[in-house]
Design a protein around this ligand. Structure first.
Ligand SMILES: [Zn+2]
Length: 108
């Protein structure tokens, strides 16, 4: 898995939230190898940060397209929203600064 912060030269769509990534906006491009092929996923910075929150995992896996639902589900019965917001603030700033991998501090 290989990720890079890239300034969009054309319009893209975030693989997670499907929102438009406009030219000039920074996004994260991630290359994932599976079964000998390489898939490229593009994420807006917020979704990429959310995927790193630890709240998006289901049995150790992250399902692209379900990240927001899974985070919602994970936090439904807890008071974890404040911690998640604090994590997101730091993480989004970190990613925008090119630090794609967090020095891990778990949200919960
Ligand atoms: Zn997104």
């Amino acid at each position: 898995m290989n990720a890079a912060l890239i300034a969009a030269r054309k319009t893209h769509r975030c693989c997670e939230c499907r929102s438009q990534i406009d030219p000039g906006t920074c996004y994260v491009r991630e290359a994932v190898k599976s079964d000998g092929t390489v898939d490229t996923n593009k994420f807006c910075v917020r979704c990429y940060a959310l995927m790193q929150s630890g709240e998006a995992d289901v049995d150790g896996c992250i399902f692209i397209g379900d990240v927001r639902n899974n985070v919602r589900e994970s936090l439904r019965n807890t008071n974890g929203w404040k911690k998640l917001l604090a994590f997101m603030r730091k993480r989004v700033a970190g990613i925008r600064a090119g630090q794609l991998r967090p020095p891990y501090e778990s949200v919960s």
